[in-house]
Design a protein around this ligand. Sequence first.
Ligand SMILES: [Zn+2]
Length: 98
Amino acid sequence: MALSPEHFELFKKHLRETCGSSIACPTCGQSLWSIDGPVVMLEYSVELESAVINGKGAPVVVMTCTHCYFVRQFAWLPILGHKVTFAAPAEDDSDVQR
Ligand SMILES: [Zn+2]
């Protein structure tokens, strides 16, 4: 599913404000991204050879490097302005915002 034009502009604004004007791919160093979403990443568990989907999930916007196909995901609800509570970070992630 593609972002609406308004949501695409909102996402680009979020990237500019939080990540800067150019985002290099961490694996190949290129800055060639395809943006898609929001999609829902389902939480699942794997038992033997089958995946069990439990119905929980979170909408994310996906950025795919069009050079090496590395994928980044951004939580969509806080970008939209919804208050979202994240799980407490591990103790060594003290600089991570809760
Ligand atoms: Zn890449």
